[in-house]
Design a protein around this ligand. Structure first.
Ligand code: G1P
Length: 278
């Protein structure tokens, strides 16, 4: 059983400055809900109700968001506005949240390793909240948990991207096992078009087996001088099995302004429900 999900949320969000000068980028709203809450809801729907944040300086608003706000709740108790808090109250009541801080930003691999004391010796999910995902039936993490229960190994979510965008992602090479599922034979972090082994890009959903922590410890800094999770997963792939899964659904790159606006329009038209409308 996978019970835990790790959210690396220490990054700066420089592409959204000045909005993210004093506010965590994960708290930017897509319509009326912070980006990170969509990710937590996806994890919880997949049964991952232990949520660990690897945060950093200036990110306290995330911890406050997932906690009771007595004064606010007292003020709106018994009014029509109470409904606005239904979804977040559900999470507060049903999820076990934990927090740790990444003091130095040394890369995504390093952020995940920072969460080790809170994860321990068990397989866990990772959600990069910037990638906002909507699954077709099940959410993307729920689709991956089903696969994990069958194959019991590390799984990365992938998507086909245009050739001129491969440099933004970790890119895999794989042997097709069945429709939408590959066994990873190679993976490269942010390759040039020429270096890229395919156009199958890793998106921000992972299930990692706990041996990843030792692999990260033994991973030297890679692309951009950062400890890359892609490099650590490649070690797992070389020694055992790593799967890449073309998820069923839609993804928005909310780390970019274009993706953020697209996600906003999509959610407003398809997802948003006015809590006060009957
Ligand atoms: C990270 C990973 C990369 C992955 C991407 C997905 O990069 O390092 O392999 O493809 O997330 O969003 P980042 O976007 O943090 O630079």
């Amino acid at each position: 059983m996978i019970r835990k999900c790790l959210f690396p949320v220490a990054g700066y969000g420089t592409r959204f400055l000045p909005a993210t000068k004093s506010m965590p980028k994960e708290m930017l709203p897509i319509v009326n809900k912070p980006l990170v809450q969509y990710g937590v809801e996806e994890a919880v729907k997949a049964g991952l109700d232990n949520v660990t944040f690897v945060t950093g300086r200036g990110k306290r608003a995330i911890a406050d968001h997932f906690d009771i706000s007595y004064e606010l709740e007292h003020q709106i108790a018994g009014t029509s506005k109470e409904k606005y808090l239904d979804e977040i109250r559900y999470l507060i009541d049903n999820v076990n949240f934990s927090f740790t801080r990444q003091n130095n930003m040394l890369g995504l691999g390093h952020a995940i390793l920072t969460g080790e004391p809170l994860i321990g010796d068990e397989a866990f999910g990772v959600v990069l909240a910037d990638d906002l995902c909507f699954g077709e039936d099940d959410g993307v993490m729920a689709q991956m948990v089903k696969l994990y229960n069958q194959f019991r190994c590390t799984i990365v979510a992938i998507e086909e991207v245009p050739e001129d965008e491969v440099h933004k992602y970790g890119v895999i090479q794989g042997e097709s096992m069945m429709e939408g599922l590959y066994r990873v034979t190679d993976m490269v972090e942010k390759p040039s078009k020429e270096e890229a082994p395919s156009n199958l890009a890793i998106i921000g959903r992972y299930i990692l087996t706990p041996d990843i922590f030792d692999k990260i410890r033994n991973t030297p800094p890679g692309r951009n001088g950062e400890v890359q999770i892609t490099d650590a997963i490649l070690q797992q792939a070389k020694e055992g099995c790593v799967l890449a899964y073309k998820f069923k659904g839609k993804r928005f790159d909310c780390g970019s302004v274009d993706g953020f606006v697209e996600a906003t329009n999509f959610c407003y038209q398809n997802i948003y429900k006015d809590p006060t409308a009957e």
